[in-house]
Design a protein. Structure first.
Length: 322
């Protein structure tokens, strides 16, 4: 890969030439199908030993790979082409203001990949992208899709858009986020309408790096959110350092929160900490009216979930009825 894996991914041609480098010697093998290319790569894996270094590429690629890496790309050539051609759309899930007549407060933008007319599970696509070092490119294009789709919906300026991002895809916030900021300007969206939401909160180990990303978004007039907040990210010290505008409570803590004392105590502790830091709290995964009512009663600001509305290619009216 090139440019720290942020460049356009190389496509896998159905037929072409496989170049093999081994101990300073290069061999060329023609292939006429994906199956034949797989077989050639399998042979290279079988012939590899500890003393030899084999690198491979096909004629459509710019750089060399280890045989197992290229084999993974070949086996998933449909997912690779999906990413390369941006074959996905954005759906919108409503977020309501629980303390203000259930008005539509925001929409979360959710990626919906598709290939040759069939839906592809987003987690499958992102897992493949992560394993093949394409998650930076995919994450960037997902953010772009959300911004462009949100602009086309002509959503009122007071209704926010929550846009997911992977901190691990942003090496240098000042540099890596310039593409996103450019798309925002080109689509005439006010920066204060956008909330960029971490989607891997529980996997974050470098808090300083995340703090730097948050500061870069905020400096550009945007807001930030931590999602799936659990016990590890609900401490005063962590939230005080990161200073998110919003925290989203994981659905595991919301499910049957109206009847589970442990969950009730946790939710109330998050609200207490968030209130001290002027952070707004959002409950995810609301599926029962009792859960919604409990969240409203204890002072949670916003709600999201299938009870309120499922992800849809279209947005809704500005007020819900509960």
């Amino acid at each position: 890969m090139h440019c720290t894996d942020c460049g356009v991914p190389d496509n896998i041609q159905r037929s072409g030439v496989l170049f093999i480098k081994k101990d300073q010697v290069q061999e060329d093998w023609n292939y006429s199908s994906f199956e034949e290319l797989e077989q050639l790569l399998q042979l290279q894996l079988l012939s590899q030993d500890d003393s030899s270094q084999i690198l491979v590429k096909i004629s459509s690629q710019r750089g060399y790979y280890a045989p197992d890496q290229l084999l993974d790309l070949v086996k998933n050539h449909d997912l690779l082409e999906l990413i390369a051609t941006n074959s996905f759309t954005t759906h919108f899930q409503p977020i309501i203001d629980l303390q203000k007549n259930d008005e539509i407060f925001a929409y979360e933008c959710l990626l919906r990949p598709h290939w040759k007319g069939n839906p592809v599970p987003p987690f499958k696509l992102f897992e493949f992208a992560r394993e093949t070092n394409l998650h930076n490119y995919l994450d960037q294009k997902a953010r772009e899709s959300s911004i462009v789709s949100g602009s086309k919906q002509k959503i009122p300026t007071h209704v926010k858009l929550f846009i997911n991002f992977l901190p691990s895809s942003i090496y240098n916030p000042e540099y890596c986020l310039q593409h996103t900021f450019k798309i925002v300007r080109e689509n005439n969206i006010s920066p204060d309408q956008l909330v960029f939401e971490v989607v891997e909160s529980e996997k974050i180990h470098d808090i300083d790096h995340l703090e730097s990303i948050f500061k870069t978004y905020k400096k550009s007039g945007m807001q930030v959110a931590l999602d799936d907040v659990g016990a590890g990210y609900a401490t005063l010290e962590v939230l005080e350092k990161l200073q998110p505008n919003f925290v989203k409570i994981d659905r595991d803590y919301i499910s049957h929160c109206d009847t589970t004392l442990e969950k009730q105590l946790f939710l109330k502790s998050v609200i207490n900490i968030a209130t001290k830091l002027n952070i707004k709290v959002l409950a995810e995964g609301i599926e029962r009216m009792e859960e919604l009512q409990f969240c409203r009663d204890i002072g949670i600001h916003y709600g999201q979930g299938y009870l309120i509305g499922k992800p849809s290619p279209d947005t809704l009216s500005e007020t819900m009825a509960f």
